[in-house]
Design a binder for this molecule. Sequence first.
Ligand SMILES: NC(=O)c1ccc[n+]([C@@H]2O[C@H](COP(=O)([O-])OP(=O)(O)OC[C@H]3O[C@@H](n4cnc5c(N)ncnc54)[C@H](O)[C@@H]3O)[C@@H](O)[C@H]2O)c1
Length: 365
Amino acid sequence: MTDHPKYLVTGGAGFIGSHLVDALLARGEPVVALDDLSTGRLQNLAGARTHGHFQFVHGSVLDGPLVDKLVGECDRVVHLAAAVGVKLIIEQPLRSFTINTKGTETVMEAAYRHGRPVILASTSEIYGKNSSGPLNEMSDRILGSPSVPRWSYSTAKAVDEILAELYRREYGLRSTIVRFFNTVGPRQSPAYGMVIPRFARQAVRGEPLTVHGTGRQSRCFLHVSDVVAALVSLIDRPEAEGETFNIGSDEEISILDLAARTVTCAKSASPVERVSYNEAYGPGFEDMDRRVPDTTKLRALTGWQPRRNLDDILADAVADAVADTAADARGEMPQQEPGAASRRTAEGHTGDTDGRATAASACPV
Ligand SMILES: NC(=O)c1ccc[n+]([C@@H]2O[C@H](COP(=O)([O-])OP(=O)(O)OC[C@H]3O[C@@H](n4cnc5c(N)ncnc54)[C@H](O)[C@@H]3O)[C@@H](O)[C@H]2O)c1
């Protein structure tokens, strides 16, 4: 038994979820992770599962009675479960939309019924093609046609935000919305489609780094440990309830510059090549020129500051790409948790962790 509040983390076996689970357990807080393992992995919870205050439940946020029971047994809810990743959303658009709307409604309803506070994971995709930056929490959404899968994901997350807000306004649900911008680091699913692990892999293998479009589009990348630190700092602030917060890095870089910096970091001789969006994704793919968060609100409330910069992130990603490439050359399946190599090599200069290889784009949804 413990006096700490007990957390339900939906999507707890996923990339961000599993890091949050570890952080909560490290604070002595009991955690129940609900996950259907569609993109999450039990391996992500290897450490958590040795912990006495941890419980894993294999199930879906679409299962109303199960969600109701688990929410009732916990004191707080962090709702991260979602269908994410370009590939998944394009291949299974209806299933993705349903999970991302009905699943959230199920969690909100249960949180309301049991009077539990809930943190909802949303996304910078909410802003759509709004390329003015930095974007604050009240910035406009500029979307393309709903028939483009990318915008259906954005729309589903907007529905989630509206649900959280209306449950709060009409029923007094204690809800907080967090919008994650590009997040990178260990345990990231290959299904996600992130540019940094892909560039690192290409640079380490001496292959051309493939830049989609002009390469002048810019992004900001935040290490998952800084994302979790922001989440935990919001969990600790009752003033965060009823509010929406951007969580991201303000270190902006064009994708062309990112490619060059990855080549340097990997001490590689790889060339950089441009590939049209058409070639990379097929016709009709839409992307935004710029995506930069304004995190003033988060910083003002919590004093949060990122502790890792882009060089730390690249160093980790390159170290992982080196380890994966060596394992491939030996014909091995990776035996270690993804990122174990960078944990070894990066300990001296960053204080932790890893970064998983694979991917497809600069713009994860
Ligand atoms: N990683 C990013 O850069 C990023 C950016 C913006 C928003 N987000 C949001 O953050 C949250 C976590 O994303 P992530 O990056 O960790 O991705 P992830 O795919 O690693 O995590 C999502 C988790 O939800 C689980 N899940 C999916 N459908 C489920 C269902 N029906 N029931 C129970 N579990 C289910 C998956 O198995 C997975 O473990 C998501 O809500 C995502 O939309 C992430």
